[in-house]
Write a protein that binds this ligand. Structure first.
Ligand SMILES: [Cu+2]
Length: 284
């Protein structure tokens, strides 16, 4: 007996610190931060509770039958081998449940595919191994690559502990900036191989395929930084092309867009001037 108590105490001691760590575990899927991710979460919960109800009903009948009609009570098994009535019932009930689940699921799927009436369109192009964001009709476009801090730490023999780097492999130099509450349409393509643009908290992930344009949309409810990664094995540095989306207030977004526009105009002026100077030099 003492042995068992000692063993239980030891087991408890081992489990207690793990219990604290387990507290950080998320067993359920995350709710996400967009209209669509919330709807997907709602569907997931609905399906889960339907499954729980079916499980409870089925196991109640099984346990009741096993206990009530056990051999020691003198139960005699029935001899019939076929019941049309029972088969019709156990076919119709699951069909009705599946149809009831398919209706809200189909409505959400249609909504996911509906990219109409967007407030903003961004063309996202995957490259080995970075992303390019182009704000359509806004004259703004830039590359988004792995942040320098992560890039230095990831090198072989860098001597830097990755755990000491904030948002290791999940930080970029230029994030995608979008306004909060706006319906953002993302047009996805790739320049070399297949990539996939994925931000878990947006509930959306889609392939970026060369020569093909895929669409997705999101409407972020809360201001903040959302992180994701390329989700298609796209080559040697697949793990080094994170996605970072910076959701800002409308005002902050507009001032950011204006400064980006000025930057790209300035860059274009310099490029034109350099080209003209080169032409003049050659013609002299
Ligand atoms: Cu990729």
């Amino acid at each position: 007996m003492l042995k068992i108590v000692k063993f239980a105490a030891a087991l408890l001691a081992v489990c207690l610190p793990a219990g604290a760590a387990l507290a950080a575990w998320e067993l359920n899927m995350p709710r996400g931060a967009t209209e669509l991710s919330n709807e997907i979460y709602g569907l997931h919960m609905l399906t889960l509770w339907v499954c729980v109800a079916i499980g409870v009903a089925v196991f109640t009948v099984i346990i009741y039958s096993v206990v009530k009609f056990r051999h020691s009570q003198g139960s005699v098994p029935a001899k019939f081998s076929h019941s049309t009535k029972a088969e019709v019932i156990w076919t119709l009930i699951p069909c009705a449940i599946l149809i009831a689940l398919a209706i809200p699921a189909a409505a959400t799927l249609v909504k996911i595919e509906d990219t109409r009436d967007s407030d903003l369109s961004v063309k996202v192009t995957g490259y080995q191994w970075k992303w390019h964001y182009e704000y359509l009709d806004q004259d703004v476009g830039f590359f988004s690559t792995l942040a320098r801090s992560s890039n230095v730490a990831r090198q072989l023999d860098s001597g830097i502990d990755p755990a000491s780097v904030e948002n290791y492999l999940l930080e970029v130099d230029n994030p995608l900036v979008v306004p909060v509450g706006a319906k953002v349409r993302v047009l996805l393509t790739a320049a070399d191989v297949i990539h996939a643009w994925w931000v878990p908290e947006f509930g959306m992930k889609k392939d970026a395929i060369p020569g093909f344009v895929n669409e997705l949309w999101f409407r972020a409810d809360t201001i903040g930084i959302y992180r994701g990664q390329c989700a298609e094995l796209c080559g040697r540095d697949h793990g080094f092309m994170p996605v970072v989306v910076d959701v800002r207030s409308q005002q902050d977004y507009e001032s950011w867009l204006q400064s980006q526009r000025e930057d790209s105009q300035q860059a274009r002026k310099i490029e034109t001037a350099t080209r003209l100077a080169n032409v003049e030099m050659r013609s002299e």
